[in-house]
Design a protein around this ligand. Sequence first.
Ligand SMILES: O=C([O-])CC(=O)C(=O)O
Ligand SMILES: [Mg+2]
Length: 206
Amino acid sequence: MITTLLEDLARTSYPTIGHFLEEGFVDPGIGSLMGHVPGGVKIAGPAVTVRIADRDAIAMNRALLALRPGDVLVVDMLGDNRHAPVGAVTAAAAIAQGAAAVVVDGVATDVRELREAGLPVFARGTSCLTTKRLRGAGSAVNVPVHCGGVQVNPGNIVLGDDNGLIVLAPEAAQEVLPRALASDEAEPAILARIAAGEPLESILAL
Ligand SMILES: O=C([O-])CC(=O)C(=O)O
Ligand SMILES: [Mg+2]
């Protein structure tokens, strides 16, 4: 059921979802770090969440152990945009668990290795300063977190591409899906009419 929903969502153009909803859109300061990828970056998966307090790298390790194939790891750094919790080693472990992507409300590191590894990582930027092998009292795995102004509950669906990220409850994703697919289906005809030189007055809503 969830697999079919994810596959169907991945067939939509994610910006089309933005025609229909106002909630769930992650701050555009968080974007793909993958650079130019042929065909672009596109991910869809259920969220595993981690809240990281006080530069705590141990919490990230616990979150990595909670990942199952297809999951998207969503990391809330509680506003810390200096310490990177994700880099070459973290990405390799996430890939070993079969993760679909990592999203950080914060920064990441080892950007060249991340690109080589091919796991889509979304973040606010990069840093050489990383988290440390210590425990933060406020860290927690699979709790509701905040990512780019959006509350993310474990199991919420995370959609991401080169345009940005959307987080939806499965029910909300299911509801918007037919409208997004229908809109995507209608768009080529509109583009063809514009390309054919038809007067815009007859095409655009005024
Ligand atoms: O240790 C960290 O905080 C991040 C890192 O460099 C890695 O995952 O390789
Ligand atoms: Mg590293």
